[in-house]
Design a protein around this ligand. Structure first.
Ligand code: DGJ
Length: 726
């Protein structure tokens, strides 16, 4: 019987990574030359189900067996012509590796390290790391390369990905579907499905912007119909890295799929001096036999931090840069009355910041807008029982700022070349210690002096002209000290992480929200360091449902910031979106308010207060539960169900109903068919109705929602509670 966790076969050549629902098997060939994936799929119970690793015979001299072998970490060398995960250059000029298995190590039955060594340069060692979560089956993979030589031998790394995953051919190859999350600014994480992946084809995703980007999220899901009933094999994964990344899917002539991913190879380069080591970011992936539905449960559950985030107010959409002390005090008073728990002052509070043209970098309060600083505002917010939050964009500087005038060389640039501005700003060189200590010093002082409980860390442009004066004094590909200047892409992200870690260490209770012009930096890497993510600047409910549908494939609901706003203010067609609809859309994650609440009528204030009270009653489910999409037809109707043991919340939306047809009964999931459930339904904020059904009725017959039959922007909240087992 195979136990949960990681086990090694007595032959010491097979490793089993077993979770509650899946198994991943790795095998080493007898000659120790190859480390192959032997199986990935539903849980296995016996070691002997999987034969020892063996290289399949080659098809022809033009189709070498090595090229199609499911190697755990295919590197550039020998007859490997497929996508590789690692390529190096030795000082001798040799540009190939020849790695063989040396040994393995299992730590606490959940972390496996497989060590490989180059056959000629024995000081070059590669370790493959596997960490398994036995609950969800998520496997975190990364790779470490070490130059263990004691001489001055330096190794150049031309490319290094985190992992390669292999999927066997399906019965009908064409039935494979690839799901990705792509978009643009204010249109992030739209679910795209590519049907029928073709053999001998490649599909590539990635970012070269220095951030994960709004254009493509570092996520994939591959689904295929199985010839077993009720089974849809889905493999899914995401890269935990807040910088340049790639995910590439290669389908070979037999229909086997190799999924390679990690650091973007474009403009990548690293030099490892004697004694140095480099570890890649984590590429995590999992398997579900329940299709996309199963994948949606496992990844967010794996990333869930298990804590509730407070209800926030932020005046960015109401006030923009035009902030001042009196307006913020007034907003704080209103926010507290509505039930808000965290009051955030966004952009515009610091010197010279009247628009996006100036001020970034000068993190000192603006004396015209806040004559006595921000402490009186923070004190007032605290006296109202709320936490106080402040916006920063620490990695940036406007050329029109004191910081830039004093230190024009603190930004990424190449000497004698233009510095491209975006949103009138340039990117500070975080690899420069002086820059980092300036940034951290300003953050620390502001947090301490003002009494800041939360910061929103923004980044409103991609990185370009990534020349670091520190790494590259000569503007040559290899700087003075022989380091590869292209390391800068990695160093920037590591330094960003370093600053976040330092903040969390020095201010243990500090909440941090990651933002990059919306959802440009919400990858699993940053999720491990922050409390929540801003997922888009687009808060229009129709758009938001599309964006939330995509990002909730990865983000647990507690980390997905969702605001009620007045957007779009200029478009009269949208004026009719009821407040109830706006609230219900925002109920899906960590609730925030961005409306101009000073303009709310008394009626709107009462309504908002009531919805907030209801949200507080339901948020242990809405934030900490498994969010599942029962229907996501964005033009007709959408239904989500967020579940914890014995309770669930259903949110149902009807954006328009041109023919007044009823929506079909909604079949719920994950209930006990024999149990009885009490349902409380809210369509308006001051009235609810209670109904009782069996689990079987709700799951097989389905729940009728007649309120959604006619009218546009209709929505319902349903609280489902188990009241008896039969
Ligand atoms: C972009 C963010 O996404 C917005 O929420 C806001 O903070 C602005 N930046 C401020 O400049």
């Amino acid at each position: 019987m195979l136990p949960l966790g990681i086990t090694c076969h007595p032959d010491k050549h097979r490793f089993y990574l077993v979770s509650e629902n899946s198994t991943y098997v790795i095998g080493v060939t007898l000659d120790k030359k190859l480390v192959l994936n032997l199986y990935w799929g539903p849980r296995l119970y016996s070691m002997d189900d999987i034969p020892a690793a063996q290289l399949q015979p080659e098809r022809s001299s033009q189709d070498p067996a090595l090229t199609t072998a499911p190697e755990e970490y295919p590197y550039f060398g020998g007859l490997r012509f497929g996508e590789t995960s690692l390529k190096v250059t030795f000082p001798s000029g040799t540009r190939e590796l020849d790695l063989a298995f040396v040994d393995h190590y299992i730590h606490n039955s959940h972390h496996l390290v497989i060590t490989l060594q180059d056959q000629y340069y024995e000081d070059v060692v590669v370790c493959l790391h596997y960490k398994i979560c036995v609950k969800t089956g998520l496997i975190e993979r990364s790779a470490t390369i070490s130059n263990r030589s004691s001489s001055s031998f330096s190794l150049h790394i031309d490319k290094m990905l985190s992992a390669a995953w292999h999927l066997p051919p399906t019965i009908n190859n064409k039935s494979r579907q690839l799901t990705t999350l792509n978009g643009a600014w204010s249109a992030e994480t739209q679910v795209n499905t590519t049907v029928n992946l073709h053999t001998n084809n490649q599909y590539t995703l990635g970012s070269t912007r220095g951030i994960p980007s709004a254009q493509a999220y570092p996520y994939f899901a591959l689904t295929s119909e199985s010839n077993l009933p009720n089974r849809q094999d889905t493999y899914f994964g995401a890269i935990a890295w807040s910088g340049n990344w790639t995910i590439r899917m290669d389908v070979d002539y037999q229909g086997q799929v190799r999924i390679s991913g990690g650091l973007q190879p474009l403009d990548f380069g690293l030099t490892l001096e004697a004694g140095e080591t480099f570890t890649t970011p984590v590429f995590m992936a999992g398997y579900s036999s329940l299709g996309i539905f199963g994948a949606r449960q496992l990844l967010p559950r794996y990333l869930q931090q298990g804590k509730i985030n407070p209800i926030l107010y932020n005046s960015w959409e109401a006030a923009g840069f035009d902030v001042n002390i009196q307006q913020q005090l007034d907003l704080a008073n209103e926010a507290a009355k509505l039930g808000v728990e965290l009051f955030v002052l966004d952009d515009g509070w610091f010197r010279g910041r009247t628009s996006d043209k100036a001020g970034l970098g000068d993190w000192f309060y603006d004396e015209n807008k806040f004559p006595n600083g921000l402490k009186p505002l923070a004190d007032h917010v605290h006296s109202l029982g709320m936490k106080f939050g402040l916006w920063f964009e620490p990695e940036m500087v406007n050329p029109d700022s004191s910081l830039y005038r004093e230190h024009p060389d603190w930004v990424y640039h190449y000497r004698e070349r233009p510095r491209s501005e975006a949103r009138h700003q340039l990117v500070l060189d975080l690899t420069n210690e002086q820059v980092r200590s300036y940034i951290y010093d300003r953050l620390r002082h502001n947090i301490m002096e003002i009494g800041v409980d939360y910061i929103k860390w923004d980044m409103n442009r991609p990185i370009s002209e990534a020349g670091s004066q520190l790494l590259n004094n000569n503007n040559t590909p290899f700087g003075q000290d022989e380091r590869d200047a292209r390391e800068v892409w990695i160093s920037h992200v590591n330094m960003f992480y370093h600053l976040l870690k330092q903040l969390k260490t020095d201010f243990p209770g500090l909440l941090i929200e990651s933002c990059s012009s919306g959802g440009g930096r919400a990858d699993p890497g940053v999720l491990k360091m922050v409390d929540q993510c801003w997922v888009s600047d687009n808060t229009q409910p129709d758009a938001r449902l599309i964006i939330q549908h995509g990002i909730s494939s990865v983000l647990p609901p507690s980390m997905m910031s969702c605001w009620v706003t007045d957007m779009p203010q200029e478009d009269p067609g949208y004026k009719s979106i009821p407040l109830s609809y706006r609230f219900h859309v925002a109920f899906m994650g960590a609730l925030g308010i961005g409306s101009n609440i000073l303009k709310y009528t008394d009626e709107q204030k009462t309504e908002a207060t009531n919805w907030i009270k209801l949200y507080i009653k339901l948020r242990h489910i809405l934030q900490l539960g498994d969010l599942d999409w029962l229907h996501a037809d964005h033009t007709r109707f959408l239904v989500t169900m967020t579940t914890i043991p014995n309770e669930a919340v259903l949110l149902a939306f009807r954006p328009s109903s041109p023919f007044w047809f009823p929506i079909p009964p909604i079949r719920l999931r994950k209930l006990d068919p024999k149990a009885k459930y009490e349902l409380e339904l809210w369509t308006t904020h001051n009235d609810s109705q209670v109904e009782t059904y069996s689990g079987a009725n709700l799951m097989y017959k389905g729940l009728d929602l007649p309120y959604l039959t006619s009218g546009a922007y209709k929505s319902v909240v349903v609280w489902i509670k188990k009241i008896s087992d039969s």
